[in-house]
Design a protein around this ligand. Structure first.
Ligand code: NDP
Ligand code: GDR
Length: 370
């Protein structure tokens, strides 16, 4: 039975990966941060009492900014595989917290690699590093593959660039099995509430149920290669099961503007929308082709642009080339964009139907997020 250690286990990918590894018979250990409120909603269904027999899912308190804690946990767990998914993962927030982002996302990866070396586990422990399509940043060429040059456009992407190269360097310097999965955007009903897809599907659900009037958005022209997180965690596992440690792009190969995701999400909830207006310009660039989006029936404005959501530097276009993953890993996604949108919209409709019932019964409803 193999043992895996997952950082970022309370996040979207950590939850799906834990399910997959448990199904495959792994012992799964996860690192979670202490917080003043419970932060384990996504993995509560996997929880086992430490007192139970045959416990295969265990959590440890820890933080990627704390090396001694990482060394202690890795020494205790002696993992066959580490999936380093922990990160301050929000691109826009990284402009507000650049130093912390560099520490957790960049140096955090170094701390894991060094812990493996210090503990003499270089021959035993394989490492997966959660690298990102944000590394490509300012478009150099499309579709983006393992050989496309990087040009990061945010403190998040610059921190992840350090993590990418330190992983490659430790593989070459110490012969470690350490790999980068360069994953393009992947979403799901478990996606954090402030990422664009989930913000849209939550907004659409609330508007369709009459619980909210309008959604305020940023740049609707950005194009992303969106896949389903369930498919992408399978790729992470495959990356660590190869003869040789290598880096892989994981993507669908299809790109879609944010505007079209909005249209698809409203349509899934039975609301047809029309985009109106010339758009908003900033630094001479039209950031959005529509100033307003109106539901055709009953003619209500349902989306408006708020320039506060424009980023100081934007990543305009991402399209991945997953050929290497398809041929070498045998990886194929099961979900296309329509199936992803359907999954997310219906999960949020369900969630907000319940919220509405609670609200009508006099209970407080969930926080609204930006
Ligand atoms: P989430 O934001 O959903 O989850 C991030 C996880 O990291 C959470 O468990 C969070 O804990 C944890 N975390 C944050 N800071 C620290 C820290 N200092 N120490 C330890 N843990 C920390 O991200 P996703 O699941 O979407 O992404 C997983 C990884 O993949 C991230 O590294 C992300 O940057 C990367 N990535 C994601 C892509 C995507 O499209 N989803 C694409 C490419 C890469 P808490 O719950 O307490 O906040
Ligand atoms: P991204 O994801 O920055 O690609 O990073 P996000 O969903 O935040 O943004 C995608 C695009 O949508 C535009 N956008 C908005 N974004 C947000 N969050 N809120 C808005 O209101 C809004 N309006 C328009 C953005 O400008 C952007 O162009 C995600 C994260 O998961 C990273 O951790 C990961 O590395 C990359 O995907 C791949």
């Amino acid at each position: 039975m193999k043992t895996a250690l997952v950082t970022g286990i309370t996040g979207q990918d950590g939850a799906y990966l834990s399910e997959l590894l448990l199904e495959k018979g792994y012992n799964v250990h996860g690192i979670k941060r202490r917080s003043s409120l419970f932060n384990t909603d996504r993995i509560d269904h996997l929880y086992q009492n430490p007192q139970d027999e045959d416990v295969r899912f265990r959590l440890h308190y820890g933080d990627l900014t704390d090396s001694t804690n990482l060394i202690r946990i890795i020494q205790q767990v002696q993992p066959d595989e580490i999936y380093n998914l922990g990160a301050m993962s929000h691109v826009q927030v990284s402009f507000e917290t650049p130093e912390y982002t560099a520490n957790a996302d960049g140096i955090g990866t170094l701390r894991i690699l060094e812990a493996i070396r210090i503990l003499g586990l270089t021959a035993k422990t394989k490492i997966y590093q959660a690298s990102t399509s944000e590394l490509y940043g300012l478009v150099q060429a499309v579709p983006q593959s393992e050989t496309t040059p990087f040009y990061p456009r945010s403190p998040y992407a610059v921190a992840k660039m350090y993590a990418y190269w330190i992983t490659v360097n430790y593989r070459e310097a110490y012969n470690m099995y350490a790999c980068n999965g360069i994953l393009f955007n992947h979403e799901s009903p478990l996606r954090g509430e402030t990422f664009v897809t989930r913000k849209i599907t939550r907004g659409v659900a609330q508007i369709a149920l009459g619980m909210q009037q309008k959604l305020y958005m940023g740049n609707l022209n950005a194009q992303r290669d969106w896949g389903h997180a369930k498919d992408y965690v399978d790729a992470m596992w495959r990356i660590l099961q190869q003869e040789k440690a290598e880096d892989y792009v994981i993507a669908t190969g299809i790109t879609t503007p944010v505007r079209d995701f909005i249209r698809m999400a409203f349509a899934e909830a039975g609301v047809e929308v029309e985009f109106i207006g010339a758009g908003i310009e900033e630094k001479g660039i039209v950031k959005s082709t529509a100033a307003h989006v109106t539901a055709l029936s009953p003619g209500q404005e349902v989306v408006a642009i708020d320039p506060r959501y424009f980023r100081p530097t934007e990543v305009d276009l991402l399209i991945g080339d997953p050929t290497k993953a398809q041929t070498q890993l045998g990886w194929q996604p099961k979900y296309n964009l329509a199936a992803l949108v359907k999954d997310m919209v219906h999960a949020d409709l369900e969630l907000f139907r319940r919220e509405k019932l609670l609200k009508e019964a006099g209970f407080k409803i969930l926080n609204q997020y930006e």
